[in-house]
Design a protein around this ligand. Structure first.
Ligand code: HEC
Length: 219
C-alpha cells in the first residue's frame, strides 16, 4: 500500500472513535490516542523535507490538540481556556494604529502566497512568512465585483458598511484576524498573526480594506 493510502486509512480510523470505543465498551471524548498518533506519523512522513517545507507546522500545539480531541466542539471550560491562551498571543502594530492602508490590504486579502507546503509548489523560504498574503478569498467573499471566492467562512461583503468602523469594531476585526481562536475556540480560520502568516501592520491594512468607506468592499 502506498504512503498516501496508508495515511488515508489511518486518518479514517482516527476519525471513527465511536466504533472503537463502543467495541471496547467504554466512551471517550475523542479519537483513540494510539490511532491518532499513528495518523499523525503517517501524515508527517508524507511531507518530505526540502526547500520551502516548514515541517515544524506539523507539530500540534495545545490548542490544536484540544480541538482535535473534542472534534472542534470543546466543552465550555476547555473553550474558555483556549480563548484565554490564544488572546494572550495577540500583538499590535507599533504605534497602535489598527487601520492601515486599504489598498495594500486589498492585495494581501487576495494573495494566495504564504506558507504553502508540499512537493509540487511550496513557497520559497522568503515568501513563507510575512511578505505574502492572507488568501482570504479562499474562504470569504469581500469585493462585490469579485466572483471567485470560497464559502467556508461567512461573506464579508459590505462588512464596514453593515457594521460601521467604531473603535470597538476596528479592534475586534484586528484581533479576529490576528487570532480567530481568541474568539471562536476551534475556528476553521488560520491564526494569521499568531502563526506569522501576516505581520501586525499587514493585518491593519486588511482591517482598513474591510472597514474603510473608500474600500471596494463597502461600495
Ligand atoms: C480556511 C478558511 C478561512 C480563511 C483562509 C480565512 N477565514 Fe476568516 N473565517 C473563517 C471562518 C470559518 C469564520 C467563521 C468562524 C469564526 O468566526 O471563527 C471566519 C470568520 C472571520 C471573520 C469574522 C466575521 C464576523 O462575522 O464577525 C473575519 C473578520 C474574517 N474571518 C476575516 C478573514 C480575513 C481578513 C482573512 C484573510 C487574512 C480570513 N478571514 C481568512 C474561515 C477562514
Amino acid at each position: 500500500m502506498d504512503a498516501l493510502k496508508t495515511a488515508t486509512l489511518a486518518l479514517a480510523l482516527a476519525l471513527t472513535p465511536a466504533a472503537h470505543a463502543a467495541g471496547k465498551g467504554k466512551t471517550q471524548a475523542g479519537p483513540d490516542p494510539k490511532i491518532q498518533a499513528l495518523a499523525a506519523k503517517f501524515i508527517e512522513q508524507s511531507f518530505l523535507p526540502g526547500e520551502g517545507q516548514d515541517l515544524s507546522r506539523l507539530q500540534q500545539d495545545d490548542t490544536l490538540k484540544a480541538c482535535n480531541q473534542y472534534r472542534d466542539q470543546p466543552p465550555e471550560k476547555v473553550a474558555a481556556e483556549i480563548n484565554a491562551r490564544e488572546r494572550a498571543t495577540i500583538k499590535y502594530p507599533e504605534g497602535g494604529k489598527l487601520m492601515g492602508d486599504w489598498k495594500n490590504g486589498e492585495k494581501l486579502y487576495a494573495a494566495g502566497f504564504g506558507m504553502r507546503i508540499g512537493r509540487i509548489e511550496p513557497d520559497r523560504p522568503e515568501r513563507q512568512k510575512g511578505g505574502n498574503g492572507g488568501n482570504c478569498y479562499a474562504c470569504h467573499a469581500a469585493d462585490p465585483k469579485e466572483v471567485a471566492f470560497g464559502t467556508i467562512g461567512p461573506s464579508l461583503m459590505h462588512y464596514g458598511k453593515l457594521r460601521g468602523a467604531s473603535e470597538e469594531m476596528v479592534k475586534y476585526t484586528y484581533e479576529k484576524i490576528y487570532n480567530p481562536q481568541a474568539y471562536t475556540a476551534c475556528s476553521q480560520m488560520p491564526r494569521m498573526g499568531h502563526n506569522g502568516i501576516l505581520r501586525p501592520e499587514q493585518i491593519a491594512d486588511i482591517v482598513a480594506y474591510l472597514l474603510s468607506p473608500e474600500s471596494p468592499v463597502n461600495k
